[in-house]
Every structure is written in C-alpha cells, then in structure tokens.
Design a protein around this ligand. Structure first.
Ligand code: IPM
Ligand code: MG
Length: 353
C-alpha cells in the first residue's frame, strides 16, 4: 500500500512523540512492504509564531491532499492565561476539524493488565475494562453562535445540533457496537437540554436499524460518576462534542496515564490521528514524554485503512513494552526510559519476528 501522510507535529512534546510514531510506521512499512510518504506542515502556536496563523492555508492544503493526518499536540502556556489573545493555537485545531469535516472522534479507553496499579482507581473496578467513546466533533457548543463579551459583561455560546449531524456519528457508533459487545450508551442531558432531547429522538429512531445492539441512556452527570464507579459496564459511549471532551479526559484515569491513549477523528473524506494528551510544555525538548499514545494513534490510522495485522503488530509491541516495564517516567518512575528509547524498543519488537 502506498499512502501519503500529513504530519502536523505542533507544539510542546508534539514533535518528539510524532517522531517516534513515524519511526514505528517506517518499521511497519519495512516489515509489510508498504510505502508511507510524509509531508510536514505547521499548526498551533508554532504556526502562529512562523505565519501569524494557527492553521495556515498551506497546511490545510497539505491535509486535504494526503490520505490522513498524523497530529502531535497543540497549545502553549503563553496563550492559555491570556483571555485577550486574539489568536490561539486551539483555533487551528478546531478549524482543521471543521474544514476536514472530522465529525466523529473515536477515543478507545482500556485498562492495560500489566499496569493496573497505576490507575488511581481500584484494580477490581478497572480490570478488563475496554470501551470506546464516539464524540461528535464538528458541532454543538464548540461551533454554535458565539457572543463574546463586548464590555457589556455578557457572553454566550449556543449548543446547536441538527438531525443529520447526530445521525452520521450515531451510525458509526452503532456499526462499531455491532463489531464489539453490542451495547451503546448515549450520554446527554435530556432532562434539561433541548439539543439533548433531539439526540435521544434521533438515536432512538436509528436504533431500530440495529436490533442486535442494546441502547442505553445516561445523563452526563451520572455518566461522569459511572465512568469511575463501574467503567466495565460500557462498550460504546455516544455523545456530543463537549460532553465527550469532558468524559474522555476523565476516562483516561482508567489507563493510568494520559500518555497511553490514542484517538482517531473520522470525516467525510479525511481522517486524522492524534494522542489525546496535550502539548505538555513543561516536558518539551527533554525526551521524557510517553510516545505510546502517538504510536497507538498511528495504529488506529492503519486500522482505518484495514491494515489490521499491521495495527496489531504495533499494539503487541506496545504491550510487550509495558509488560517489560520499558517505559517513560509517567509509567516507570523508578527506571524511566526516554521517549526515543521507548520508540526504538517498540520498533525492535515489531521487527524481531
Ligand atoms: C481535545 C482538546 C481540544 C478540545 C482542545 C485543545 C480544543 O481538549 O481534543 O479533547 O476541547 O476538543
Ligand atoms: Mg479535551
């Protein structure tokens, strides 16, 4: 297979972890005889510094003309604490999602057997836990009409959804559930929000096309509690943009490190793969960040291309790493390995058989 991949390494630790993901993709290309071509482009704070724009049009062009986007991380503290900043790195990411119509964000959450003790949650609660969050990514309160404070002391963000936006992600979630344990939990706030009641209506109607899938509902406040109390009850969580943002960070506590969780954003004709962690500016340039989330995001990209053996080869190599405690400081503070060493070891495990 011959694929062109846009690489948007971004800010903070983005470039370091993305470099390891590329190393791993190169190993896969070698082992399975594929050709992956990379095209690098700027996004985020680095793009503001260089071009005055967190998503320059040249970057967008590259993303539109490649088979997938491999994304690092964006964000820089110099923008975080300045509510007056006119341009922000995050705007680049949001624009990219919108422009590429990446409407479905998939965030798998699992407990890795060899590091159950890392989670702040009790082992017996998280063992065997394996679910995936389908978060709507191009609508809702993130993209509804905004009224900034103009000095009047008033501001608002509109949570707006249309039936089609709900339908297209719900379909993907139902299909995923059919290939998993056949259960969907719709997380919403239908006791209060009109947009949530639309979600229920649309999803309930769609459910009749998938009679083998059980549909369940949880209000988001209860869901936030259930993710901690009894995460094993979940198979596929389907939810709107902001609820998915919040629940997915919370769910990452199950794996014990944010540095382990990958994500895929699937669109009409584009797709993007990125670790769920942020730019972790404190660790920038130190070669200490965990590259596993970026590497597992590359595995999700291969799965998206139906390269399942290749993706499994990466996942097994990451598991071997964890079993042997060959890991960065977030997982193995006692004898921490470097980001690049972990990448090398994963490559070694992929190529050894
Ligand atoms: C995420 C992040 C982004 C979001 C930020 C960086 C805009 O938190 O991908 O979860 O809120 O979607
Ligand atoms: Mg988030």
């Amino acid at each position: 297979m011959n694929k062109k991949i846009a690489v948007l390494a971004g800010d903070g630790i983005g470039p370091e972890v993305t470099k390891e993901a590329r190393k791993v993709l190169d190993a896969i290309a070698k082992k399975y005889n594929h050709t992956f071509e990379y095209q690098e482009a700027d996004a985020g704070a680095i793009a503001i510094d260089r071009h005055g724009d967190p998503l320059p049009s040249s970057t967008l062009e590259i993303c539109k003309n490649t088979d997938a986007v491999l994304f690092g991380a964006i964000g820089d503290p110099k923008y975080d604490n300045d509510p007056e900043a006119k341009v922000r790195p995050e705007q680049g990411l949001l624009k990219l999602r919108k422009e590429l119509q990446l409407f479905a964000n998939l965030r798998p959450v699992m407990a890795f057997d060899s590091i159950l003790d890392l989670s702040p949650l009790r082992e017996n609660r998280i063992k065997g836990c394996d679910f995936i969050i389908y978060r709507e990514l191009t609508g809702g309160i993130y993209f509804g009409e905004k009224k900034e404070d103009d000095g009047s002391g008033k501001a608002s963000d509109l949570m707006y959804y249309e039936e089609e936006e709900i339908q297209r992600i719900a379909k993907l979630a139902f299909e995923a559930a059919q290939n998993r344990r056949k259960k969907i939990t719709l997380v919403d706030k239908a006791n209060v929000l009109a947009s949530s009641r639309l979600w229920r209506k649309v999803v309930q109607k769609l459910a009749s096309d998938y009679p083998d899938v059980t549909l369940d509902f949880l209000f988001v406040d209860n869901a936030a509690m259930q993710v901690i109390l009894n995460p094993s009850q979940f198979d596929v969580i389907l939810t709107s943009n902001m609820f998915g943002d919040i629940i997915s960070d919370e769910a990452s506590t199950i794996s014990g490190s944010l540095g382990l969780l990958p994500s895929a954003s699937i669109g009409v004709s584009s797709s993007m793969f990125e670790p769920i962690h942020g730019s972790y500016p404190q660790a920038k340039g130190q070669d200490i960040a965990n590259p596993m989330a970026a590497i597992l995001s590359a595995a999700m990209m291969l799965e998206h291309w139906n390269l399942f053996d290749e993706a499994n080869s990466i996942k097994e190599a990451v598991n071997t790493c964890l079993e042997n405690n060959y890991a960065t400081v977030d997982i193995n503070p006692g004898s921490a390995k470097k980001c690049s060493e972990v990448g090398d070891y994963i490559v070694h495990n992929i190529l050894k058989d």
